[in-house]
Write a protein of this length. Structure first.
Length: 300
């Protein structure tokens, strides 16, 4: 392949960079020289460049996925002793590594056995094989994941943390039953109510102005108020995650007296095309003049 017009190599490099084709940018001079010597047609030259670009992208993608997976090193299917576990079908495991539709259906895989039987090795090897086939995997000890989610919950970032985990096709929870898990904390984490970003965005237009004095975290306080009302608790029984009970009560009292919660209910009802009445947790409220308990059982 030859051309009678000179090629501006510097400009071509910039163009390939703008097109985000780093591999072609790097290899095209050598391939062009070879194509000229061997008389390649243009189609063969372009195909060779495109194939190398795609192969390099796949390699980099697998490299990224391996880094984010946190798999224990050296755990491969080639290194797993299937003869030591005769009830385990190697063919079935290989089919699972290929994807075999079980990931797309959201099926779970549970691996049981005595300590030292190779459960972690097998799980990590399956994860490695799936990554090599284009899937995203995350490997973690169960207790570590619970602790991370507890920290996210305290920092009001639980929704974001779960969304990040949801990007993976497979979560491998190692040592599910071998480490102590704070079941009370885990239960609290799942039972506490927290307003989401979307819910806060819907409520914020109804917030009164702070007049230059910053308020205590609105999400935490309002989530606590809703939790207290939903569960019929006393203010002094508010979980510590919501902050001081006095702060919750003062916000509830102040905003109730100003009609803030009433305006929220009327506004939300109007958004839902139910302008006259609202039914919340079996409490029938009039949209025009709701009582002070309008926030009881608020569902957004």
């Amino acid at each position: 392949m030859s051309t009678s017009e000179p090629i501006d190599e510097a400009r071509l490099g910039l163009l390939l960079g703008d097109l985000r084709l780093p591999t072609i940018k790097h290899i095209w001079p050598a391939f062009a020289e070879r194509a000229d010597k061997e008389g390649w047609p243009a189609a063969r030259f372009l195909t060779a460049l495109a194939e190398h670009e795609i192969a390099e992208r796949a390699r980099r993608r697998i490299e990224r996925h391996l880094t984010e997976a946190h798999l224990p090193p050296g755990k491969t299917l080639d290194g797993f002793d299937f003869e030591a576990v005769p009830m385990l079908s190697k063919a079935q495991i290989m089919a699972m590594v290929a994807g075999d539709s079980w990931l797309e259906k959201g099926d779970n895989l549970l691996v049981f056995g005595p300590p030292g039987g190779g459960k972690s090795h097998l799980a990590a090897a399956i994860g490695l094989g799936l990554i090599e086939n284009g899937w995203r995997v995350f490997f973690t000890r169960t207790t570590d994941l619970v602790q991370r989610l507890q920290v996210a919950r305290r920092e009001l970032a639980l929704e974001q943390a779960i969304a990040k985990l949801d990007k993976y096709h497979l979560l491998i929870l190692d040592d599910l039953g071998s480490g102590p898990i704070d079941l009370a904390s885990a239960a609290t984490m799942s039972n506490l109510f927290w307003l989401t970003d979307a819910q806060m965005a819907r409520l914020q237009p109804f917030f009164p102005k702070s007049h230059g004095k910053p308020r205590v975290d609105d999400r935490r306080v309002l989530s606590g108020i809703i939790f207290i009302n939903r569960n019929g608790l006393r203010w002094c029984d508010a979980p510590k995650e919501y902050g001081p009970p006095k702060t919750l009560y003062n916000r509830w009292k102040r905003w109730s007296d100003k009609g803030v919660f009433a305006r929220m209910m009327v506004g939300l009802a109007a958004e839902a095309a139910v302008p006259k009445t609202v039914m919340i947790d079996a409490t029938y409220l009039k949209g025009k003049a709701p009582p002070r308990a309008a926030c009881r059982g608020l569902v957004l």
